[in-house]
Ligand binder design. Sequence first.
Ligand SMILES: Cc1cc2nc3c(=O)[nH]c(=O)nc-3n(C[C@H](O)[C@H](O)[C@H](O)COP(=O)(O)OP(=O)(O)OC[C@H]3O[C@@H](n4cnc5c(N)ncnc54)[C@H](O)[C@@H]3O)c2cc1C
Length: 376
Amino acid sequence: MNQGAYDVVIVGAGIVGAACADEFARRGMRVAVADRDCVGSGATAAGMGHIVVMDDSDAQFALTRYSQRLWQELTPELPGDVEYEPRGTIWVAVDEEEMAEVSRKQDYYRKRGVPAEVLDSRRLKELEPNLRDGLAGGLLVPEDGVLYPPCAARFLIERAQSWGAELRLGAAVVQIGEGRVRLADGVEMTGEIIVNAAGACAPDLTPGIDVKKRKGHLVITERYSGFLRHQLVELGYLKSARSVRSDSVAFNVQPRRTGQVLIGSSRQYGVEHKDVDHDILARMLRRAQEYMPALGSMSAVRTWTGFRAATPDKLPLIGPWPGDKSVFLATGHEGLGITTSLATARLLVDQITGTKPAIPIEPYLPSRTAKEYAHA
Ligand SMILES: Cc1cc2nc3c(=O)[nH]c(=O)nc-3n(C[C@H](O)[C@H](O)[C@H](O)COP(=O)(O)OP(=O)(O)OC[C@H]3O[C@@H](n4cnc5c(N)ncnc54)[C@H](O)[C@@H]3O)c2cc1C
């Protein structure tokens, strides 16, 4: 049974699919979004919501900074439940070796117009009194922010709907390609363009894309108002995020508007089940207490896991899939998909409408990882 012809059918109503729906519908296209679950239920529900500029590569920097700007522009329109707050990040350095990294990072950011302030040990303690004594210092990046991802996804989907987009929830997609999206109940939707925004499940619908599940754990505490002011991340986080083999944990804590403290984070490959891994969790919490001993006396209210969609080069896949000319990918955002969702949507729509993008698109094109299709 064929139900509806659209300009664009988007699979996935996570933050990325929601941002794409908003952007396409805003440009007057006929858009449908299909998700087997509800809006923002995948990695988007599991994510921390740190809107952060990162400099692992120039391409990662360009995408995160561009998207952070788009979030800032959107701020006046965001409803209260999105809880957007420009808290700033402090990258925490334990010793002089990490202070050298602080200087390098500040220099990189300064040259590219991102404000960043080097903190010595005393200033770090003034800004975050609950950090342990004896840390070497840190780097404050004041324009980074935090938000509550599921409500951000819901806001974007509702805005897309206000521009005419259709939303189908509980609609499991079993096949995409050649301008068709087939649902598990046999219904078929047709679209000039099919966007695979199924997050870590994207390879189920587009076999051959190099996206792997990378599991993460988070813990949220009771309310401890004023305990934490900024998002704090250890500089070793970069090592943890870069590692492509071993399990890793890193100190990464976020203040929520409610006064709760969100504690992360872990990274694991090759684990498909959602269960909390108590060994990893214990390692993660021990790591957090090495930086903030008082976390050990707090009560946790919930622990959960989620799956990041990881690519080998740590960059997302944004653009046409060389294996099928109707299929476009918007996946592979690993631990940065909340941050980079808005830029992803812009870059995708720019490619389809022939608009000059604000940043070079080449580093994110799926053809870079699909050599066998590259000349198809
Ligand atoms: C522990 C953790 C912490 C994180 N912290 C941050 C952070 O601080 N900052 C940041 O920027 N990012 C963070 N991330 C990453 C971020 O959460 C993800 O990159 C982002 O949510 C990806 O969004 P998405 O829309 O691509 O995928 P998802 O949110 O997973 O959405 C995919 C959607 O597709 C649907 N779907 C899948 N298959 C099908 C199918 N066959 N048919 C129909 N529907 C389907 C799913 O139901 C789901 O709703 C974190 C991730 C984790 C796990």
